[in-house]
Design a protein around this ligand. Structure first.
Ligand SMILES: Cc1cc2nc3c(=O)[nH]c(=O)nc-3n(C[C@H](O)[C@H](O)[C@H](O)COP(=O)(O)OP(=O)(O)OC[C@H]3O[C@@H](n4cnc5c(N)ncnc54)[C@H](O)[C@@H]3O)c2cc1C
Length: 365
């Protein structure tokens, strides 16, 4: 079964009889190392990232895939595609969702790693894959179709045959003084991420709607703390039936409007109500509104009712052919390991798609 020459991963496009893929990759890596050693503009400390410096690439080349976003989703997609010998460009604007957090938890082998270190490790592990390039740049617009996408970045126009969106979500805030300052320090979205360290203390859940209560979020928090208070900030009336259910689960409801969340350098100490009274509280969970980044908005992709990009569950392709999506922008189930898993999934399906395109081209008269 033969593939058309152009649809083979670039690293494998010029097979030499008796030379295996592994030999090809070893040679490519050795050439890159030699080029660096002879002084192609990289300092010795940058040697490990030789493969991903933009200078080595022709401005006219068409990448197999452009990955937009260098969080866990984008890094995992790049790793999978790099291991598939695909030519990949990962563009990252450097604004991760978890920037306010001190550590990432609940990611096996990386539990307790600071977010910046997590990304450094991710990039370092891409370095041996000489067909993967990483640029710190924002993608501003995406146009085109499978095989011929044009991607406008802050650093210029690039072309790719497929696109992976791994842009995360933008978290809004809740308009209560102190909320923005304590976000990530003592106000969290997820107890699996930031729960164990503060287990057993009084926990709050701030909600301005009924959705979280209906989905059992505050009752679940009882697994970590016996003292859970739901703050409704006078914004929502909890129906009697649900209030009783919460009470049976040992969860209190505090309906008074909040004047401010009192904190010291982002660490909450109290909730202060508009009537002047205070309640001690160090840990609060909340789900502020989220929105898609501009470049995703402008693509006009189909979204689900909650505003997440709809993907085919098997292929992770969006409503636009050739554009895949992974990570937070596709789901309310948001966690670094979920993003990484879906990034790897999207990349594998994208690689399969390119391989099938090669078969179709070969079959064409
Ligand atoms: C405060 C806080 C703490 C958290 N703690 C944990 C935790 O302990 N454990 C855990 O598992 N999860 C945690 N999470 C959730 C976790 O951070 C996310 O689920 C995860 O980062 C999602 O990965 P992602 O790759 O989808 O998006 P992100 O990590 O948000 O990465 C998206 C990347 O895309 C880039 N980008 C966006 N638009 C563009 C563009 N136009 N061009 C180029 N690049 C672009 C951004 O700059 C960003 O770097 C936390 C979240 C928050 C808010």
């Amino acid at each position: 079964m033969s593939r058309s020459h152009d649809d083979l991963p670039r690293a494998l496009r010029h097979p030499i009889p008796g030379v295996t893929r592994r030999d090809c990759l070893k040679t490519t890596a050795a050439l890159a190392a030699t080029a660096l050693a002879s002084g192609c503009g990289a300092s010795p400390s940058a040697t490990h990232s030789a493969a991903r410096t933009a200078n080595h690439r022709s401005m006219d080349m068409t990448y197999d895939a452009i990955i937009v976003g260098g969080g866990p989703g984008g890094l995992a997609a790049a790793l999978t595609l790099g291991r598939a010998c695909r030519e990949v460009l990962l563009c990252d604007a450097g604004t991760p969702r978890n920037a306010a957090a001190t550590h990432i938890h609940n990611f096996v082998t990386r539990d307790g790693t600071p977010p910046a270190e997590f990304r450094q490790i991710g990039r370092a592990q891409l370095a041996p894959y000489t067909t993967v390039e990483v640029r710190d740049t924002r993608v501003e617009a995406i146009d085109g179709e499978p095989g011929a996408f044009e991607v406008k970045t802050a650093a210029g126009l690039v072309r790719a045959r497929r696109v992976v969106l791994a842009t995360g979500m933008i978290d809004g805030t809740i308009d209560i003084p102190g909320f923005a300052e304590a976000w990530g320090g003592s106000i969290f979205q997820c107890p699996y991420c930031h729960g164990w360290e503060v287990r057993g203390r009084r926990w709050g859940y701030l909600t301005l709607g009924l959705e979280g209560i209906q989905h059992g979020f505050p009752a679940m928090l009882r697994g970590w703390s016996e003292d859970v208070v739901v703050f409704t900030h006078a914004a929502v009336d909890v129906p009697a039936e649900q209030a009783e259910a919460l009470s049976r689960a040992g969860v209190r409801i505090e309906p008074r409007p909040i004047a401010k969340l009192v904190h010291e350098k982002g660490r909450m100490t109290h909730v202060e109500f508009t009537d002047g009274s205070r309640m001690a509280l160090e840990v609060l969970y909340a789900h502020p509104p989220q929105r898609q980044v501009g470049v995703v908005d402008r693509l006009g992709l189909e979204l689900d009712p909650m505003g997440f990009v709809k993907v085919d569950p098997m292929t992770r392709q969006t409503s636009r052919a050739g554009i895949y999506a992974a990570g937070d922008l596709t789901s309310r189930a948001q966690g670094a390991i979920f993003a990484a898993a879906t990034g790897s999934h999207a990349a594998a399906m994208l690689n399969h798609d390119l391989s099938m395109a090669a078969l179709r081209d070969t079959a064409a008269p």
